[in-house]
Design a protein around this ligand. Structure first.
Ligand SMILES: O=C(COP(=O)(O)O)[C@@H](O)[C@H](O)[C@H](O)[C@H](O)COP(=O)(O)O
Ligand SMILES: [Mn+2]
Ligand SMILES: [Mn+2]
Length: 345
């Protein structure tokens, strides 16, 4: 599955990032999202594959989406027999977030990216559009920290695993009223908190790279983003656990459905019988082959954002594979017209 796909999906996230970045700082989050979705769809449909979207994103705020169940790739098109023998190709599942951090793009802030994860059919947890409590941490802490433990306990464990004082740890938390107590607890324990307004995928992945000065992600974000983060952390050997959150009182937002009971019933309908189950990265991204790709839209901890120059643009992407055991940082110059100058730096 991986050989050429690994290269082609770089272009998928690059095209989405370029399209979205044209709307950076324009205050129009839906347009920044829409153009990323379209660019991602268009490029994906040129790939020689039989793909199916298992996680599209945006139902919650009715953002444009590559909808769940949508078939993508040349070999799913009506005229597929002209290009390929659909039966010969492995069916793959794809989780996408064409513009992760739409607000960040709209307001010109750091940390947005076009991102996706791929596995063979059935290899990614088809997360409902719910919230998810998340715990991400570096590989050294994998299996030692635990989402069922308190933040104080986990910080102590992290400090031992990473051989640094609790005061030397930085925890990313989304800046939301629901995290008031969590933030207080982390601060009381002695660690430092980096509050983010959006973009918890970037924060989760950053935990797996030493040098980012991010040692954990704690708190509640969206479930689809949890699966995408888990795919990256699974490949990188980092720690990721997620637990669906179905109680509107815990999330403190009206965007999750009317009641705890109603949400539990929705989960049952989807075949999720234990709403409190804790999933680890191997369960959220369980496939034998897992690929992850992201391209910075605005600058971030791991990747630079899209930079335009006269006649072109430069992007930075990250492609991670559990098969080749690689994390590739890809720096690409895109030429929109006949170049006069290619800027090296
Ligand atoms: O910040 C985020 C928004 O993603 P997007 O809609 O693709 O721009 C995600 O990283 C978060 O995980 C998540 O969507 C968020 O925490 C849920 O929204 P909220 O109710 O504002 O906390
Ligand atoms: Mn997102
Ligand atoms: Mn998005």
């Amino acid at each position: 599955m991986e050989n050429t796909l690994g290269l082609e999906i770089i272009e998928v996230v690059e095209q989405a990032a370029i399209a979205s970045s044209k709307w950076m700082g324009k205050g129009e989050k839906n347009t920044a999202d829409e153009v990323a979705v379209e660019a991602m769809r268009e490029r994906m449909n040129k790939i020689h594959m039989r793909g199916r979207i298992v996680i599209g994103e945006g139902e919650r705020d009715e953002a444009p989406m590559l909808y769940i169940g949508e078939e993508v790739g040349i070999c799913t098109q009506p005229d597929a027999q002209n290009f390929c023998n659909p039966n010969e190709l492995v069916e793959i599942d794809i989780a996408v977030d064409p513009c992760e951090g739409t607000n960040l793009v709209a307001y010109g802030q750091n940390g947005s990216m076009a991102v996706l994860a791929i596995s063979e059919k059935g290899g990614l947890f088809a997360a409902p559009d719910f919230y998810m409590k998340k715990l991400a941490a570096p590989a050294a802490a994998r299996g030692h920290v635990d989402i069922n433990k308190s933040a104080t306990e986990n910080l102590k464990i992290l400090s031992e695993c990473l051989n640094r004082a609790v005061e030397e740890l930085v925890v990313v938390v989304m800046d939301r009223p629901r995290h008031k107590e969590l933030i207080q607890e982390i601060r009381t324990a002695g660690a430092r908190v980096r509050l983010i307004s959006d973009g918890d995928v970037s924060a989760a992945i950053s935990c797996a790279f030493a040098g980012t000065n991010i040692h954990a992600l704690m708190g509640i974000g969206a479930a689809p983003e949890g699966v995408i983060s888990a795919a990256a952390l699974r490949c990188l050997g980092g720690h990721f656990q997620g637990q669906l959150i179905y109680d509107p009182e815990v999330v403190q937002t009206g965007l999750i459905g009317e009641s705890r009971e109603g949400n539990l019933a929705r989960l049952q309908e989807m075949g999720i019988t234990d709403g409190d189950r804790v999933y680890n990265s191997d369960e959220l991204a369980s496939g034998e082959t897992v690929l992850f790709a992201a391209c910075g839209i605005t600058p971030g901890t791991l990747m630079d954002g899209v930079r335009f120059f006269h006649g072109g643009a430069r992007t930075q992407s990250l492609v991670i594979s559990n098969q080749s055991k690689t994390a590739r940082f890809v720096d690409t110059v895109h030429l929109f017209e006949e170049p006069k100058v290619i800027q090296l730096r």
